[in-house]
Design a protein around this ligand. Structure first.
Ligand code: BGC
Length: 746
């Protein structure tokens, strides 16, 4: 009997045998899961919990110069012998949409035609700012930049397009959003976060997840999202990737847990785990974090996937398990449902043994597998495992490009503009230099086309670097250029001084090379020395200097800022970053981005905006180079009539706040209205203020809009001494753009 026939017969038997299900009646997903689970062998179940990398079943890994080639025998073995539930990733190679479809089809063909139960594989990738690993797909600004837009509607649109382009390739699972709160600027994954504020991260994460998954994840333009890396990964004490975090439980619940709580409430389908440890406990080994908090407290229903090799790391790196087998038991019993193994079947073999010898109960396996199968059913992978050719035309549409450009424009943040130097006249000459001036890779950062994002040759020729976009804007004849420096070396620096003098104005594009994860570790937050030398040399030309910062984390620029007249923070603005920067420099676009982090001035003063009162006194201050929420415009905004509906509230009352914002300048612009609350006295030392709401409003010159927001009891709460969230009666202050109102809660 062929597998197909066997499968059909089995299905028939099952259909007839389903208790209480009348002919034609649709089974619920839970019933389907239960039915399938009852048919599965232990081997098939443990296989579902196993995720391998595509490299493990490839003949050639694929590089920029060598095409990737699948190994059909190994692929068949993975699926038919080891029953793997999931495959992930490619490495330093990108595929066309067509090739992706071909690859996914080959994988699903084996699942549907050559296995007993026909369970499809769920393929996952890191499409963290667009359909990564796909040539020509839309690559948006990275998350840190998206947070600067303060525009939830934009993040929703970008996420929708990412989901659509990823699923068009046949890939139904995206390992994003990163919901770590970015409070450690040295960390090389800082730019994967939505910045330092827990509320901002929660709002952006929620929009992202809802847009990825939609109402119905099975739609041909939706994917399963993955909230990661739960929990505390973004706050390594050393600033190095995958190193210990020390976070008291109360702080964990106050700052780092809320974005994951919001994600669970938004129905996120999967969660990926922090590779490292909190307070000496590797998160992959922690029943407390993975089960007691994530499941019992937050009520997460989806499945939990480990990060790369991290179960093995429990014994290899973290040293909490004596061998691999103990590590597997520890992780599975803690609550890991799927292991990103990723190169072999060690997890499969050991878990099998552990169950056979009774060390891991069958109930735990059934629980994990049910969660995985449920997501597969929700994605309708059983009925539609194959990509559709016609969906390929949904990749990189004009609409996607327009949204991408808008996102970059709204992210870019103007940090300094002495004597209104910007916007520049289009009728002038400029000199352009610096290591980020003429590369597309640096605008995109890691997880762009390839893992490290540094394969410049794979970037689309039709996209514009900053230099090319400036040439487009004012004519190539008006643009003088020499690199002047790269990230590590001073180059033709004398020429730079000379050309700056000749042009009468210099645009210096500085920042960081591309990097991703551990290769991006640094020992010094200061921007690299040759770039500082470049600014110093150009400043000798005594011409105005515009600094454009293209960087994933705030590299210190304290010494060079005084030599400049304008500073534009571009973050990692994505594929449309070049035109967006040029359009801001030359006034086609009025900047409206706001810093999602405090931009530090000193290496040892890395304070966040929501610091404690004890951190600021007559000798110390919140001395950021630019504070959280900062960002200039080419117009001016005035605020007035901040009103609360009352000044005395009971706990749980709604507090209605409204304020007028007026465009008092002579250009149309967008303003971000940010509302902060301060608790004057609390049983846990209160932060000086916390962001509670933000609204982005567009205003033409002279226009006034009234912005209304409602706060509720939860907005005044904090995690108390007993680790429970409470709202204490007392006095509070609401602040919007320097205007304040006091109120009392009884
Ligand atoms: C990263 C994850 C990523 C995974 C798969 C890991 O190294 O930490 O964020 O999703 O690789 O590519």
């Amino acid at each position: 009997m062929t597998f197909r026939l066997l499968r059909f017969t089995l299905l028939l038997i099952l259909l007839i045998g389903v208790s209480g299900c009348q002919e034609g009646e649709e089974l619920t997903i839970d019933a389907k899961v239960e039915r399938l689970l009852a048919e599965m062998t232990l081997e098939e179940k443990v296989g579902q919990m196993t995720q391998i990398t595509i490299q493990a079943v490839s003949k050639t890994q694929g590089t920029v110069n060598h095409k990737h080639e699948i190994d059909p025998d190994k692929l068949r073995e993975a699926i038919t012998k080891y029953h793997v539930g999931s495959i992930l990733n490619v490495w330093n190679v990108a595929h066309t949409g067509e090739y992706w479809q071909e690859l996914i089809t080959r994988i699903q063909d084996i699942c549907t035609k050559e296995t007993r139960l026909g369970i499809p594989v769920i393929y996952g990738i890191d499409a963290i700012h667009g359909a990564n690993y796909t040539l020509g797909a839309t690559l948006f600004p990275q998350s840190i930049a998206m947070a600067a837009t303060r525009n939830p509607e934009l993040i929703r649109k970008c996420s929708e397009i990412t989901a659509r382009e990823t699923r068009a390739c046949g890939i139904p699972w995206n390992f994003n959003p990163v919901l770590g709160v970015g409070r450690q600027p040295l960390w090389p994954r800082f730019w994967e976060t939505y910045g330092e504020d827990s509320y901002l991260v929660s709002i952006m994460g929620k929009e992202y997840i809802e847009a990825q998954q939609g109402q119905d994840m099975s739609a041909s333009d939706k994917v399963a999202a993955c909230a990661k890396h739960y929990l505390g990964y973004s706050f390594p004490l050393s600033g190095k990737d995958r190193t210990p975090a020390w976070i008291p439980d109360r702080v964990l619940r106050e700052i780092f847990l809320p974005p994951f709580k919001t994600a669970v409430e938004a129905g996120v389908a999967t969660v990926m785990i922090n590779s490292s440890e909190i307070n000496g406990v590797p998160v992959h080994s922690s029943h407390y974090y993975l089960t007691e908090i994530l499941r019992d407290e937050l009520g997460f229903q989806g499945f939990v996937v480990s990060d790369w090799n991290d179960i093995n790391n429990l014994y290899l790196r973290e040293k909490v398990a004596k061998d691999q087998k103990e590590a597997v038991k520890m992780a599975v019993m803690a609550g890991i449902d799927m292991s990103m193994v990723p190169y072999n079947y060690s997890f499969y073999k050991q878990l099998l043994e552990l169950v056979q010898e009774g060390s891991v109960p069958m109930s735990r396996i059934d629980e994990a597998v049910s969660r995985i199968l449920r997501v597969k059913y929700q994605l309708e992978l059983f009925d539609n495992p194959y990509p559709q050719k016609r969906n390929l035309k949904k990749i990189a549409t004009d609409e996607a490009q327009a949204v991408n450009y808008r996102a970059a424009c709204e992210a870019i943040t103007l940090l300094k503009n002495s004597d209104d130097l910007l916007p520049l006249s289009k009728k002038r000459r400029v000199f352009v230099a610096g290591p980020t001036a003429d590369k597309l890779s640096v605008l995109n950062g890691g997880w762009s086309i390839t893992w490290q994002g540094n394969e410049e040759s794979l970037y689309p020729a039709e996209k514009h670097t900053i230099l090319e976009a400036i040439r487009e804007e004012i004519g190539a004849e008006n643009v003088l250029y020499t690199p002047g420096a790269d990230f590590d070396n001073v180059l033709d620096i004398d020429k730079a001084t000379r050309l700056a003098q000749e042009a009468g104005l210099a645009i210096l594009c500085l920042g960081e090379p591309t990097y991703c994860e551990t290769p991006g570790n640094i020992d010094d937050l200061t921007i690299s020395a040759p770039q500082i030398e470049l600014v110093k040399a150009v400043s000798e030309a005594r011409v105005p200097i515009v600094l454009v910062l293209v960087e994933g984390r705030p590299r210190l620029v304290r010494d060079i800022v005084p030599m400049t007249d304008a500073v534009v923070m571009a973050y990692l603005p994505g594929m449309e970053g070049g035109p967006a920067i040029a359009d801001i420099l030359f006034g086609d676009v009025n900047p409206s981005g706001k810093l999602p982090m405090s931009y530090p001035q000193y290496p040892n003063s890395l304070m966040t905006y929501d610091h404690k009162y004890s951190e600021i006194d007559s000798l110390n201050d919140y001395d950021a180079q630019w504070p959280f929420g900062f960002g200039l415009s080419y117009t001016s905004f005035e605020y007035s009539d901040l009103i609360l509906n009352d000044s005395l509230f009971s706990i749980g009352d709604q507090i209605h706040v409204s304020v007028n914002v007026t465009n008092s300048g002579d250009r149309a612009g967008k303003e971000v209205v940010e509302l902060y609350v301060s608790d004057k006295v609390a049983s846990i030392t209160p932060p000086v203020k916390r962001l509670k709401r933000f609204r982005k409003v567009a205003l033409v010159p002279g226009e006034t809009k009234r912005v209304n927001v409602t706060l509720n009891g939860a907005d005044l709460s904090f995690v108390g001494r007993d680790k429970r969230r409470i709202t204490e009666p007392g006095e509070f202050t609401v602040e919007i753009a320097g205007l304040t109102r006091e109120f009392i809660v009884e």
